[in-house]
Design a protein around this ligand. Structure first.
Ligand SMILES: [Zn+2]
Ligand SMILES: [Zn+2]
Length: 184
C-alpha cells in the first residue's frame, strides 16, 4: 500500500453496487453494470459520442438478457427502468412536466424542447405548462439531459465513493479487512 495513490486501483461497478440497494438502483441496471465490469457512461462523456449507439446497444442487450432470465412478465417496466439511449439518457424518456409522469411507449415518441434539445414532453400542453413553471429559465441556462433514476443514483454513489477514497476512508477499511483476513 505504501506509495500507492488512493486512486491507483480503479473503482468497479461492484464497488459502487455494494453501497446501493435495489430501492435506489434497479436490479436490471445493477445486472448490466456488473456484466460490463465498468461504469455506465454519463452523457457528455466521449463514449456516448460516436460510440454511443454501440455502447447503448450492448448495454440494452444485457438488459434483454436479464429480462429473458425469468423476468419476462415485467419486460417493459424493466426496459423503462434500465435501458439507455445513445446519448446516455433513458431509452424511454419521461415527460418532464412536473405534474405529468408519463413515459414513452416507444423510443423517440416524445417531443424535445427545440431550444435546449435536452428536455422531453409527452404533449404540447405539458411543454407549455413546464415552460411557465420554470423551464423558460432552465432552458436558457443550460438544462441537463434527463437520466434514468438508477443511473443518477449510480453516479452519485460513485462520486461519493471517489471522494471517500480520496480522503483515505476506503483504503483504511480495506487494510483492516486484509489484516483480519490474514489471521484466519
Ligand atoms: Zn406530459
Ligand atoms: Zn428547453
Amino acid at each position: 500500500m505504501k506509495g500507492e495513490s488512493p486512486e491507483a486501483k480503479p473503482m468497479t461497478s461492484d464497488d459502487v453496487l455494494k453501497h446501493s440497494t435495489s430501492d435506489n438502483i434497479h436490479p436490471a441496471f445493477a445486472y448490466a453494470a456488473r456484466k460490463f465490469k465498468a461504469l455506465p457512461s454519463a452523457p457528455s462523456r466521449p463514449e456516448f459520442g460516436e460510440a454511443g449507439a454501440v455502447a447503448s446497444d450492448n448495454w440494452n442487450a444485457v438488459v434483454e438478457e436479464y429480462i429473458a432470465d425469468g423476468h419476462a412478465s415485467d419486460a417493459q417496466d424493466i426496459r423503462v427502468a434500465a435501458q439507455v439511449s445513445a446519448d446516455g439518457g433513458p431509452r424511454y424518456r419521461r415527460c418532464q412536466s412536473a405534474s405529468c409522469g408519463n413515459v414513452e411507449d416507444a423510443p423517440g415518441q416524445y417531443r424535445v424542447c427545440g431550444a435546449c434539445k435536452t428536455t422531453f414532453y409527452c404533449s404540447t400542453a405539458c411543454q407549455t405548462t413546464a415552460w411557465k413553471q420554470g423551464h423558460k429559465t432552465a432552458c436558457k441556462h443550460g438544462a441537463t439531459l434527463q437520466l434514468l433514476p438508477s443511473h443518477e443514483t449510480f453516479m452519485t454513489v460513485h462520486k461519493m465513493m471517489a471522494r471517500m477514497r480520496y480522503l483515505g476512508a476506503l483504503s483504511t477499511a480495506s487494510m483492516l479487512q486484509e489484516a483480519w483476513g490474514n489471521r484466519s
